[in-house]
Design a protein around this ligand. Structure first.
Ligand SMILES: NC(=O)c1ccc[n+]([C@@H]2O[C@H](COP(=O)([O-])OP(=O)(O)OC[C@H]3O[C@@H](n4cnc5c(N)ncnc54)[C@H](OP(=O)(O)O)[C@@H]3O)[C@@H](O)[C@H]2O)c1
Length: 261
């Protein structure tokens, strides 16, 4: 789908990947609707005619106002990028349910509701794109991140269903699986701390800017899936698919080491 002159709604646009997507899509000629809770940071990312609406997307009223503001300013939403999310470092068997629920409200339910609000217009116009920012963790479960993986796996399943449902009506649906991004994501988790051995993985990380470029190219090329960084991410996923038992054993061992830390 053509990005130039498209109206793009990006959640979690105040920093990290969302902010990088805002810059990348603006550079390609898009008109932007941006949201996140931190109004000051969000204003810094916004520019020119952008529609900048600060608020919490887990709140129904904010999602309603966000869509109304975007439609009021531009008349339509062409591309929705469901990006806002947070993590939770806690064992799957003993995570506080209220933290798990709150994470699902952000990582899954907010995306479901925003999609429901924009999809009918896209279907009617016979064009549009829904981009769900998942994670490598949504395609293979990381034991130090079990419920985060589950929230992203739910988003992956939702994305596949949407593609089959909306694709025939001209709506492009794409899932994005970043590996490790150099953002402040780890500081924003709702509980726990990232294990030292995992933090070391930052040397395999890519930048939010490169990932945003991959996303924009994926939208323009109509891809069903983007993995970023590509080679390392696909290699990991291929290993998980070909040798699931071995992959789980390696991850369990890593996780066991964590327990002892
Ligand atoms: N970083 C990684 O290594 C990595 C790896 C794989 C996948 N991902 C995925 O990539 C996406 C972006 O992650 P990131 O690394 O850019 O994370 P980040 O730096 O923590 O940014 C998260 C963004 O979401 C916003 N946000 C959080 N809670 C919100 C809420 N309730 N309502 C509205 N906005 C909210 C934050 O802004 P405010 O605080 O201003 O609300 C911020 O703009 C996420 O979907 C994440 O799961 C990240």
């Amino acid at each position: 789908m053509r990005i130039k002159d498209s109206v793009v709604l990006i959640t979690g646009a105040s920093e990290g990947l969302g902010a990088a997507c805002a810059h990348e899509f603006r550079r390609r000629g898009a008109r932007l609707v941006l949201t996140a809770r931190n109004a000051e940071n969000l204003e810094r990312v916004g520019a020119g005619e952008d529609c900048v609406i600060a608020g919490d997307i887990t709140v129904d009223r904010h999602r309603e106002q966000l869509i109304a503001a975007g439609l009021g300013r531009f008349g339509r939403i062409d591309i929705l990028i469901n990006n806002a999310a947070h993590g939770l470092y806690a064992p799957g068997s003993s995570s506080p349910p209220e933290l798990v629920r709150a994470m699902f409200e952000l990582n899954y339910m907010a995306a479901v509701d925003l999609t429901a609000r924009v999809a009918p217009g896209m279907r009617e116009r016979g064009t549009g794109a829904i981009v769900n920012i998942s994670s490598i963790a949504g395609r293979m479960t990381l034991p130090w991140f079990t419920h985060y993986s589950a929230s992203k796996a739910a988003l992956e399943a939702f994305t596949r269903g949407l593609r089959m449902e909306l694709g025939p009506h001209g709506v492009h649906v794409m899932s994005v699986a970043p590996g490790y991004l150099k953002t402040n994501f780890q500081d924003h988790v709702s509980g726990g701390t990232p294990p030292a051995s995992i933090r070391g993985g930052r040397r395999f990380a890519t930048t939010a800017e490169r990932c945003a470029g991959d996303i924009a190219r994926g939208v323009e090329a109509g891809k069903r899936s983007v993995v970023s960084p590509g080679v390392a991410g696909w290699a990991l996923l291929a290993m998980n698919r070909a040798l699931p038992g071995l992959t789980e054993a390696i991850l369990a061992r890593l996780n066991g080491k964590l327990d002892k830390q």
